[in-house]
Design a protein around this ligand. Structure first.
Ligand code: AHR
Length: 504
């Protein structure tokens, strides 16, 4: 057995990064695969409520304490006519859905989705179609959703049985418009102009809304950087956030390299902040544009299987990644990375929520269960509220295929002043040995460990399935303790740790 490695860190209440916006624990439901149909909505399922929503799924989503959920796409939104999904269900058209080559039945639309979001105590983040449509359809949707009454669209909503406005606050101006795969793909100048005009009229309908402009689909796009700068040049005074998207995969089957991929996410965030601030300086603006990391996850397991799916079926099993234990560790590293930028990353959505690259899986007509990646998201959302603290970290490092100097210890701390709680989130990336952590908690010497949650597994490829849903799950037998004002803990090799402290 390899000798344990050692890491030291210092935490101080005064080393604040910023207040964590709870919306960074958001998620995403797209009209794609079985996310909506067979995921959140399945009339006739034994667990369905009178509206057709699966109560077993609602219960699992509630465990995530998910504050915001992006809808209805994704690539789907760029060909979507939102009017298809309102009014009597038997009158709604079936359409060829070109982004994912399926048939969309429109049995769920904006009203049903807003209702479902209410059931899981979540706010909706609505995307508008800037692919095949533009400012006119976008402003009508804002009016339909948010205007109280007395106009064509608001009265139509009322006539559909929704007396109160949905009051949707956050709106995405299209989706991944830099990508050639997108319906209505645009150059940065084309998109910047239409996003600016859509933003103006949407805010004129409801000045209280916040808007997210599309950034790059990932930082490997050839247009990355220039895209953000051009789009913000057009839209700076009209939008509030710029989006980031990224997905990682362990194609090379190299766990050390895979777990280091959150370093690329770190670089991505840092670069986008710099671009936002460059445009701010250039425009001599007082306004700060924040980041909405509204698609992030591991996505690669299902890519081959998806090529075999016949086009033009209803809700086929698309993008159904079955996540293993190492995926949960990278998801933990990605959550920690976003928390390190709590002052600028204000919204984030794990993509997606149910069945489609998701923490929750279901069987049509059958069970629902938690995938491995469910756990780090749930822990961060439940225990990661308050101020992010900047730890001073002294950790061993390693080199791998794509990265040099990868920290073995990936960590962040969150202080919840209201509840006198301090939580340390930590991943030990070491594949061979436990990491002996010594953490100086300056000025918080009255704190005691109340729980040390650990997610570990001897098999990095272990998964949860319908027949073995608890194969990978956390335990609370970690050994963290406070000794002489220091938190001492052995973080098992390849583990996700949540060390919860409270004032004694
Ligand atoms: O989340 C799956 C897809 O990934 C989304 O539809 C798209 O925005 C991204 O490319």
């Amino acid at each position: 057995m390899a000798a344990n490695k050692k890491a030291k860190m210092i935490l101080d209440k005064d080393f604040k990064i910023g207040s964590i916006d709870k919306r960074i624990y958001g998620s995403f439901i797209e009209h794609l695969g079985r996310a909506v149909y067979g995921g959140i909505y399945e009339p006739g399922h034994p667990e369905a409520d009178e509206k057709g929503f699966r109560k077993d799924v609602i219960e699992l989503v509630k465990e995530l304490k998910m504050p915001i959920v992006r809808y209805p796409g994704g690539n789907f939104v760029s060909g979507y006519n939102w009017e298809d999904g309102i009014g009597p269900k038997d009158k709604r058209p079936k359409r060829l859905e070109l982004a994912w080559r399926t048939i969309e039945t429109n049995q769920v639309g904006v009203n049903e989705f807003a209702e479902w979001a209410g059931l899981v105590d979540s706010e909706v983040m609505m995307a508008v179609n800037l692919g095949t449509r533009g400012p006119d359809a976008a402003r009508n949707l804002v009016e339909y959703c948010n205007h109280p009454e007395g106009t064509y669209w608001s009265d139509l909503r009322k006539s559909h049985g929704y007396k109160d406005p949905h009051n949707i606050k956050v709106w995405c101006l299209g989706n991944e418009m830099d990508g050639p795969w997108q319906i209505g793909h645009k150059t940065a100048n084309e998109y910047g102009r239409v996003a600016c005009e859509a933003a103006k009229v949407m805010k004129w309908v409801d000045p209280s809304i916040e808007l997210v402009a599309c950034g790059s689909s990932n930082m490997r796009m050839n247009t990355f950087g220039e895209w953000e700068a051009t789009v913000l040049d057009h839209t700076y005074e009209h939008v509030d956030y710029i989006s980031l998207h990224t997905y990682y995969g362990n194609y090379e089957n190299d766990v050390k390299n895979f777990l280091a991929k959150s370093l690329e996410m770190d670089e991505f965030i840092k670069s986008v902040i710099s671009i936002c601030d460059y445009i701010k300086a250039k425009k001599k603006s007082k306004k700060v544009i924040n980041l909405s990391f509204d698609e992030w996850n591991v996505w690669y397991h299902s890519r081959e299987a998806d090529k075999q799916i016949e086009p033009w079926s209803i809700a086929p099993p698309q993008l159904e990644d079955i996540y293993n234990f190492e995926d949960a560790l990278l998801v933990g590293c990605m959550l920690i990375t976003m928390l390190k930028y709590a002052d600028r990353v204000k919204i984030a959505c794990m993509a997606q929520l149910v069945n489609v690259i998701a923490p929750i899986m279901t069987e049509n007509g059958g069970a629902a269960w938690r995938q491995t990646i469910f756990y780090p998201l749930m822990h961060a959302s439940v225990y990661g509220r308050g101020n992010a603290l900047q730890p001073v970290v002294d950790t061993p490092v390693y080199d791998c295929q794509d990265f040099e100097g990868v920290p073995v210890l990936e960590t962040i701390a969150v202080e919840d002043e209201e509840n006198d709680a301090l939580t340390i989130f930590a991943v030990n990336r070491d594949t061979d040995s436990a990491l002996e952590l010594e953490c100086d908690i300056r000025g918080m010497d009255k704190y005691r460990v109340i729980e040390h949650i650990v997610l570990e597994h001897e098999d990095i490829k272990a998964v949860n399935t319908k027949d073995n849903p608890y194969n990978v799950q956390p335990h609370s037998n970690g050994n963290a303790a406070v000794v002489d004002g220091k938190v001492l803990a052995a973080l098992p090799k390849l583990s996700w740790n949540v060390i919860r402290l409270s004032k004694a």
